[in-house]
Design a protein around this ligand. Structure first.
Ligand code: AMP
Length: 420
């Protein structure tokens, strides 16, 4: 399958070639023809699958075929959960559309920055708006934009939009859109609330699910390393140094932890920075830019701050704190191993979190052998019932030896294979 056979126009093919894409990803193969013919789409796809191009390319092609009415109208609306994702999608669209004969006016709007420049930019309307829901509603209230002519609505990362509490805003926005429109819904997971939303918004959608099949975990080498919680920073340093990780995204649970871990790494001489939601937009943009340019080696982030980060070839992701849910696990490790590039995802498992990690494994139908790093073997596990007790083959009352653990790991792996 090639991009040409997807019936994309020459200017778009040129931009695709310039981006270096040679073959369309599965979500692109499935979505592009459906979007081009105006159908609604229900897509289960995560970041890294190439979903942005899957909706942006056909959307640009359709918009290039007709003109915008004069006034403060918008023709296509892309709603996203975070400002970083909004900025990335806006950037991608500009690149995909740069060779079109008539420019497609694309604006990115999000909160946390002054509204005035966004109001100014909206003068004369726009072809595409990429927006976070709250700021879009502010702009509607200021009469800076009218949604009455939106022909296509895209909900990207719909699960995140709902998880972040945007349900009410979404309902208000949808009420402002024409009933006759095209709707595309992309989500990594489909919890009941997203199913309901999809059922409400989509009409006879073309369904596509590419998450599990294409995001083959084979591209992402996953590790579960047992370590006592207080020694995680030291272990992280050790791994960064011995495995020569040049760029690492480290996930922690709280804003405080981002600062704390980044600070400790900096004091150890590493170029590390924290990324969390309470930094100013300017600071976030700067940190991301430094990381992208490899001026920073380690980025310590919360889930929210790292959501949707599009960093080409991010080789290593570390779950310093485990994610809360199985879906978050998928999102996090999706930061690496993108578009066919190999990646490494490392989980730190402590005595307190091993049961939680087992749950994540069960939900996501995988199972990793537990590893220990020399010099960082945990002590605290001894106080807990052995995590894999039934199959360790260890002597009763004795802590499982390394060999026991290895056997247990193999058994776990084997059962994981039958599960998966
Ligand atoms: P996305 O899932 O949209 O966040 O895209 C993930 C990454 O894959 C981005 O860096 C895209 O530039 C890249 N990408 C998208 N489509 C392709 C393709 N057909 N071939 C290679 N890379 C792609």
């Amino acid at each position: 399958m090639s991009f040409t056979s997807l019936k994309l126009s020459v200017p778009l093919l040129r931009a695709i070639a310039e981006k270096g894409y040679t073959v369309p990803t599965p979500i692109q193969v499935a979505a592009i023809p459906a979007v081009l013919r105006g159908a609604d789409v229900w897509a289960s796809a995560q970041t890294g699958s190439g979903k942005t191009a899957a909706f942006a390319l056909p959307l640009l092609q359709r918009l290039a075929l007709s003109r915008r009415e004069p006034g403060r109208f918008v023709r296509a609306l892309i709603l996203v959960p975070t400002r970083e994702l909004a900025a990335q999608i806006g950037e991608s669209i500009r690149r995909y559309g740069r060779f079109l004969p008539e420019p497609i006016k694309t604006l990115v709007v999000y909160g946390g920055v002054s509204i005035n420049p966004q109001m100014m930019a909206l003068g004369g309307g726009a072809d595409i708006i990429v927006a976070t829901p709250g700021r879009l509603l502010d702009l509607v209230e200021h009469h800076a934009v009218s949604l009455a002519a939106v022909a296509t609505l895209v909900l990207d990362e719909a699960d995140r939009l709902l998880a972040l509490g945007f349900a009410a805003e979404l309902a208000r926005i949808v009420a402002l859109l024409p009933a006759a429109r095209q709707t595309l819904l992309f989500s990594a997971t489909f919890p009941p609330a997203v199913e309901t939303l999809a059922q409400e918004l989509l009409r006879e959608p073309v369904r596509m699910a590419v998450t599990d099949q294409t995001e083959s975990p084979a591209d992402i080498e996953q590790h579960a390393i047992e370590v006592d919680a207080p020694r995680r920073t030291q272990l992280l340093r050790h791994l960064i140094e011995t495995r020569v990780w040049t760029r690492v995204l480290v996930f922690v649970a709280t804003k405080y932890a981002t600062e704390h871990v980044a600070d400790k790494l900096r004091r150890a001489g590493l170029k590390a920075a924290a990324l969390h939601g309470e930094l100013s937009q300017g600071a976030r943009t700067q940190t991301l830019a430094d990381f992208k340019r490899s001026e920073l080696q380690v980025l310590v982030a919360t889930d929210l701050a790292a959501r949707g980060l599009d960093i080409a070839s991010l080789p290593v992701v570390v779950n310093f704190d485990l994610p809360r849910s199985a879906a978050d696990y998928t999102h996090r490790i999706g930061r690496t191993g993108r578009a066919g590039e190999p990646g490494v995802a490392v989980n730190f498992i402590s005595a307190e979190t091993h049961a939680h990690f087992q749950l994540i494994e069960k939900r996501n139908k995988f199972s990793l052998p537990r590893e220990r790093i020399e010099g960082f073997e945990p002590d605290e596990f001894g106080l807990q019932p052995a995590p894999l007790a039934p199959s360790t083959g260890g002597i009763k009352g004795r802590r499982p030896s390394k060999k026991d653990r290895y056997r247990a790991a193999l058994a776990a792996q084997a059962s994981g294979e039958t599960l998966g």
